[in-house]
Design a protein around this ligand. Structure first.
Ligand code: PLP
Length: 493
């Protein structure tokens, strides 16, 4: 029956039109059954160009990945049509029997992947993305004006951990809703300055300390974070967005043992759909001096904060796709992949060092490398620009002591995406070589910039123009395009 209905739409436009006239199927119904290629050529062309860019670029942005074909299938599935405000078994809409199954399966797999006992941990899989998940968590346990500490943005933290300028201007609204105080990394070692965090937290007395980062290459000392949080009575929230795939595979230590709450995005090293999860502890939080058990109440608070506190209907296509990604993340193949992500990152770092690059903290324990370019005579913005022109996607980043976010001295790179496409150590040696060539070209082009450029933005526009006109840049661009295009993207095999 279904096959018959689908085959009805095949044929030339004239044939379809004549069928329409002789049937009860409306033009509207016909339109919604056509592929995007026929319905919207303009958008289809943009999609094609983005597909092509992804296939022919070296993706070094450490927060990006290529999700699997099966995750993509669920993202484009009928699961997206359903409204299901509430939680499994407690919905505000009918018809959710299968949606309940999908969300429960996703929760079960999430707890199992991180070896969590459902009696001691719960998980909410509905947050739409990482920054909202963090906001929902803070709102669940803090009143407006309560205090929070997170790693400062220019030191590798994320906006959703609070951020305000030295002048006091609040950039992240987290710093508007709550009182935030940053902690820093030690500019000598490139590591978190736990000593200073310990001192300032005793004075500031935050309700929440956020561990986790967007640009930190080393393993964080969770035990130390726990001790510091206990000393000032704070909840320890670990945002493992960047490293959740590595943690799932057991190739780096897990933050769960020491944390009260763990949040994560699902689309970075975990390689799932764009989304987020909030894990929270249940049971006894601590025992008072008089022996009284003080219980966690995160379960109801966090779930209430997600819905109805902040969100409406969950994105069921994402939750279903996440369930698939979590199943894949529990396999030996995924463990092997994550081990390669780290091997590749360490090797890539060494190859960069051989070519004169300085790495913040001297190397990496994870999927990510933070390069300090200040010794090379080029900044992160110009290097990012020329790399884009030669089909390498990386991103400029501040490093400690940087004054300008527009022209920072750092570049952030990582290995998850290209390891997914089959890159090993030899390929990352080649990428280090491409980057070294890009730096040399960038230094030459910078010296040709017009002295008349009025401000930083026009300087960068001038540099971009010089890159576009350079035949050496064009040659390198063609070489990278050809080379990386031979490595398959998911679904191509
Ligand atoms: N937390 C950390 C540590 C991140 O690095 C990011 C994004 O890069 C986020 C949260 C926010 O995630 P999203 O972009 O999904 O809102």
């Amino acid at each position: 029956m279904l096959v018959n209905r689908l085959s009805f739409f095949r044929g030339t436009p004239t044939l379809i039109a004549s069928r329409l006239m002789s049937s009860k199927i409306s033009a509207n119904q016909a339109m919604i059954s056509k592929p995007v290629q026929e319905v919207d050529k303009e958008m289809y062309d943009i999609l094609r160009m983005e597909r092509e860019r992804q296939k022919h670029s070296i993706t070094l942005i450490p927060s990006e990945n290529f999700t699997s074909k099966s995750v993509m299938e669920l993202l484009g599935s009928e699961m997206q049509n359903k409204y299901s405000e509430g939680y499994p078994g407690r919905r505000y809409y009918g018809g959710n029997q299968f949606i309940d199954m999908a969300e429960s399966l996703c929760q079960k797999r999430a707890l199992s992947l991180y070896n969590l006992d459902p009696a001691q941990w719960g998980v909410n899989v509905q947050p739409l993305s990482g920054a909202p998940a963090n906001l929902y968590t803070y709102s669940a346990i803090m009143n407006t004006d309560d205090r929070l500490m997170g790693l400062d943005l220019p030191h590798g933290g994320h906006l959703s951990h609070g951020y305000q300028l030295p002048s006091g201007t609040k950039i992240s609204y987290i710093s508007k809703y709550f009182q935030t105080m940053p902690y820093h990394i030690d500019s000598q070692t490139g590591l978190i300055d736990y000593e200073s965090l310990s001192k300032t937290s005793k004075l500031f007395r935050p309700k929440v300390i956020v561990a986790g980062a967007s640009a930190y290459a080393r393993i964080m000392d969770c035990k130390r974070f726990r001790e510091i949080s206990d000393a000032c009575g704070a909840y320890l929230m670990f945002d493992m967005a960047h490293i959740s795939g590595l943690v799932a595979a057991g190739v780096i230590p897990s933050p769960f043992e020491y944390s009260d709450i763990v949040t994560t995005t699902t689309h970075k090293s975990l390689r799932g759909p764009r989304g987020a999860m909030i894990f929270y502890r249940k049971g006894v939080r601590k025992v008072s001096e008089k022996g009284k058990k003080i219980m966690y109440d995160l379960d109801s608070k966090i779930n209430f904060s997600v819905f109805p506190g902040h969100q409406g209907g969950p994105h069921n296509h994402t939750i279903s796709a996440l369930a698939v990604a979590l199943k894949q993340a529990a396999t030996p193949e995924f463990k092997e992949y994550q081990a390669s992500v780290i091997t590749n990152a360490k090797h890539f770092g060494e190859e960069l060092i051989k070519r004169g690059f300085n790495l913040v903290s001297g190397g990496t324990d994870t999927h990510l490398i933070l390069i300090n370019l200040s010794n090379l005579g080029i900044d992160g913005a110009r290097l990012e620009t020329i790399l884009e022109k030669i089909n390498i996607a990386a991103n400029k980043n501040t490093v400690p002591n940087d004054k300008s976010a527009l022209f920072p001295s750092g570049l952030r790179v990582g290995t998850p995406a290209m390891t997914t496409r089959g890159f090993g150590v030899d390929e990352f040696t080649q990428v280090a070589e491409f980057m070294s060539r890009a730096v040399k070209l960038a230094i030459g082009l910078k010296s040709q910039e017009s002295p008349d450029a009025a401000d930083n933005r026009s300087k960068l526009a001038n540099f971009r123009q010089l890159c576009e006109e350079s035949t050496q840049v064009q040659e390198l661009s063609a070489q990278v395009y050809e080379w990386v295009g031979k490595y398959p993207v998911p679904g191509e095999l």
